[in-house]
Design a protein around this ligand. Structure first.
Ligand SMILES: [Zn+2]
Ligand SMILES: [Zn+2]
Length: 164
């Protein structure tokens, strides 16, 4: 996602409306997590004393695998974006992205926001029951019989001991 800066770069306070719908620069921002289709971004870019302030909303759909049941997970992200860019000729700022010339590529900043907001563990739903540890049945779809005779064999032995 590239922004032509020629009309705002020399004018303090000038801003530009942005409205992008584009293929993501990185289709797999995190392992096992794939972006589906296009990213959309709407917002503004404002030149404030030479620092470019980007603000807006990023929408993306991604698919992944539920870590409990291994089922497909498809979620939409709707992120508020607020990032600053500084000319690479200026002193580096830890919280700003450098830019050069008259074209600003905001793809990396957006991609970083996606990575930061991906949950560490994906769940198909908050109350996913997962897979049975003994037989592997997907407990969201059906109930298995393992729960009926889950007596720990060590406890059975103890029961006999107490009966004597
Ligand atoms: Zn699940
Ligand atoms: Zn089972």
């Amino acid at each position: 996602m590239k922004v032509d800066l020629s009309d705002i770069i020399r004018v303090n306070g000038a801003s530009k409306e942005l409205d992008f719908v584009e293929e993501p620069s990185d289709r797999e921002p995190a392992e096992g997590c794939l972006l589906d289709g296009k990213l959309s971004f709407t917002g503004t870019l404002t030149n404030t004393n030479g620092i470019l302030q980007l603000s807006g909303r990023l929408k993306a759909v991604y698919s992944s695998e539920c870590y409990r049941c291994l089922g497909a997970v498809k979620k939409e992200m709707n992120l508020r974006i607020s990032e600053n860019f500084i000319n690479s000729g200026e002193d580096e700022q830890p919280d700003m992205y450098p830019f050069e010339g008259k074209m600003l590529d905001i793809s990396k900043a957006l991609n970083d926001n996606i990575i930061l907001n991906l949950p560490m563990k994906q769940l198909c739903s908050d109350d996913c029951k997962g897979l049975c540890a003994s037989c592997g049945t997907n407990l969201n779809e059906m109930q298995c019989n393992c729960g009926d005779n889950d007596t720990d064999p060590r406890m059975e032995g103890l029961g006999k001991y107490f009966k004597k």
